[in-house]
Ligand binder design. Sequence first.
Ligand code: HXC
Ligand code: NAP
Length: 286
Amino acid sequence: MKGMLKENSLEDKVILVTGGGSGLGKSMVKYFLELGANVIITSRREELLKEVAKDFNKKFKTEVFPIACDVRKIEEVEKVIEESFNKFGKIDCLVNNAAGNFISPTERLSTRAFDAVIDIVLKGTINFTLSLGKRWIKEKKEGNILNIVTTYSWTGSGYVVPSACAKSGVLSLTRSLAVEWAKYKIRSNAIAPGPFPTKGAWERLLPGELKEKFDPSKKVPVGRVGEHHELSNLAAYLLSDFSSYINGEVITIDGAEWLKGAGQFNHLEMITDQMWDMFEMMRKKK
Ligand code: HXC
Ligand code: NAP
């Protein structure tokens, strides 16, 4: 599948992607490189980041700069930002993509289990946003923030409650800063993906037999899970200057999955044509 944007749409941009060494982060990074951006990737696994950078640096003209950090630790976050400025002289865009998640009945969770997820998703996003945002404001530089949330950021969801609490917070941060920091020419938007197969998400959210028992594509009206290039296209558009009037928005990319659960009569898709014929006959007889 070809990319949506024209060549060099992200030329001269420097983009920092947290969790950029795996899953959706890695797919976005690949497309940003194709479009001419330089990209910083960060996460805890240094070896993985180096491997990804080595591979991409062979394939693309622009550069991937790998640097390990735990988004929960502010001093590591600040080091990533400092070294990125030393390397590229600037950062134009921040993609807060790193996340931690698992399924569990809430009453089985320790407070440390809550902390683990909230500290990665909400505090990690705040750490990067605040550190980089302060620098942009001080140096009078424009900025663009893209947060990867979920559709349960606004519906909530059982069995992933730490993640739901944290992602709601990230969505609130997105909308709040879109207004407050617009005067500094810093935009803030979010993407809410539905199910997109990745090792990280599938291992933790569909462990063991759940993969066979709950096929995620069955919950999606369009009848399939998402493809990584679909999300990468949307992310690249939101980071590009083509979307410069979009600010404070959350764009859902889920084949209408969450709306299917929300619409009160959507379960009527189970009714066959024969049954609809029968209801029609009954109505006409009356
Ligand atoms: C209950 C759990 C648990 C589980 C960990 N804990 N896993 N509790 N069920 N499955 C508890 C531990 O017992 C411990 O509490 C506390 O959480 C911290 O655990 P650690 O293993 O020390 O945490 P840490 O090494 O920091 O790892 C963080 C993690 C891990 C979140 C637990 O899964 C991780 O590193 N994830 C990163 C990648 C990831 O999750 N990717 C998926 C994103 S998918 P105690 O009290 O015992 O010390 C996503 C999709 C959303 O977000 C929407 C899908 C449609
Ligand atoms: P993934 O590959 O597991 O991505 C999570 C990334 O976060 C990993 O690269 C991980 O790298 C990094 N990370 C975790 N904890 C970190 C920490 N403390 N410090 C730094 N980095 C950390 O899963 P994914 O599916 O691609 O998820 C990407 C994003 O999409 C997440 O925000 C997720 O919530 C969102 N999302 C995914 C789906 C889906 O269906 N896949 C649906 C909705 C939303 P390390 O382990 O090396 O640190």
